[in-house]
Design a protein around this ligand. Structure first.
Ligand code: PLP
Length: 364
């Protein structure tokens, strides 16, 4: 397939990968260096320092993988076969996290929250109390399949009050767009990936880890080689990675983190909130129902139910002809739901263009 020309005015509003800012694009084109060199060390130290405030913790591990690889890494370091795991499933990605745990032999108890709703802290507390002793709890911070942001500080507090199980969080579509304070909130592992709010190409899974998670990884000699937390943490401390990293993605991330630092994190967070509100209002005004409970609507992804006269696929195709690319719903919602990504490199104008394109299509 021919690569899309950079001059094509495509409004890429899928839920990932997200568009790259010009400075990130330039970074991707930079010549290779050795990953055992002073130059790489300086770059990696800068990247890790730039990532820490996004996670709210010190130890941040970059593995070459997509986000799902990061979820697998989180589990194979902390959850032994036979371990008792409580999985909060708010949609497709929560289910995936639970499935990986099961595949590695954990005994998983699932709480399936109705689609479009968030898990609430009081309810979670009640369920944890009846679950007996637990080794790990799995949560999705932002459920990309439904456009729901979990009330993570409250859920984490509920978990900390009921159990000393490790708390593992899928933050793939939230980190860098939504506040996160792993240490303060008592979270042990948060996984993200470069192609969402971090406005870099796909290729790196980045994992924030607590001391408890690192200790668990050292104690549990589970089946893993590549995804070992302990050896990666040692390598990163020395300014390198265990194996050859995706150097171009690290360059890209360095540029993206510079952009975030220049804008400042509070401004990045408020831009996402503002744009998500604009997106929801734009679609509501055109007669779309919003899929997510408004109290927990995501700052990074909006899911809308398409009008009766349309299928999601037909509407998506008509939008693509106008240069606006959006995602379909997942699973049973595939025909009825469209999902719009507004994380990372996105301005109000991009959403206004999308909403205009939708209005044109509906009127045509
Ligand atoms: C995108 C995403 C993932 C990971 O997807 P990959 O394709 O493996 O990068 C996981 N969880 C959530 C919530 C996501 O949005």
């Amino acid at each position: 397939m021919k690569a899309v020309s950079l001059s094509t005015p495509t409004n890429l509003r899928v839920t990932g990968p997200t568009p790259l800012p010009p400075r990130v694009l330039e970074a991707v084109a930079v010549q290779m260096i050795s990953h055992r060199s002073e130059g790489f060390r300086a770059c990696l130290f800068g990247v890790v320092a730039g990532l820490r405030p996004l996670f709210g913790t010190q130890v941040v591990l970059p593995f070459t993988a997509s986000g799902t690889g990061g979820l697998e890494a989180a589990l194979v370091n902390t959850v032994a076969p036979g371990a008792r795991v409580f999985a909060v499933e708010t949609g497709h990605f929560g289910r995936r996290f639970a499935e990986i745990a099961e595949r590695f032999g954990a005994v998983v108890r699932r709480w399936c929250v109705p689609c479009g709703r968030a898990a609430e802290a009081a309810d979670l507390r009640f369920r944890l109390r009846r679950s007996g002793s637990l080794d790990a709890v799995l949560l999705t911070h932002n459920e990309t399949s439904t456009g729901v942001l979990s009330p993570l500080p409250e859920l984490a507090a509920a978990i900390r009050a009921e159990t000393d199980a490790l708390l593992l969080v899928d933050g793939v579509s939230s980190v860098g767009a939504v506040p996160l304070a792993m240490d303060d909130w008592g979270i042990d592992v948060v996984v993200t990936a470069t192609q969402k709010a971090l406005m870099s190409p796909p290729g790196l899974a980045i994992i924030g880890t607590s001391h408890r998670a690192l200790a668990a990884s050292r104690e549990r000699r589970l089946s893993r080689y590549y995804f070992d937390f302990t050896s990666m943490a040692e390598a990163v401390e020395h300014g390198t990675t265990t194996y050859t990293p995706a150097i171009s993605i690290i360059y890209a991330l360095e540029a993206a983190l510079d952009l975030i630092a220049e804008e400042t994190l509070p401004n990045v967070f408020s831009r996402h909130l503002r744009i998500s509100r604009r997106c929801r209002r734009g679609f509501s005004d055109l007669g779309f129902a919003l899929f997510a409970d408004p109290a927990y609507a995501s700052p990074t992804v909006t899911a809308v139910v398409v009008p009766e006269a349309w299928t999601a696929g037909a509407l998506r195709r008509a939008l693509a002809e106008r240069g606006a690319i959006v995602s379909l719903g997942r699973g049973e919602w595939k025909d009825r739901v469209l999902r719009i990504g507004h994380m990372g490199y996105v301005e109000q104008h991009d959403i206004d263009l999308l909403v205009e394109a939708v209005a044109e299509v509906l009127a045509s």
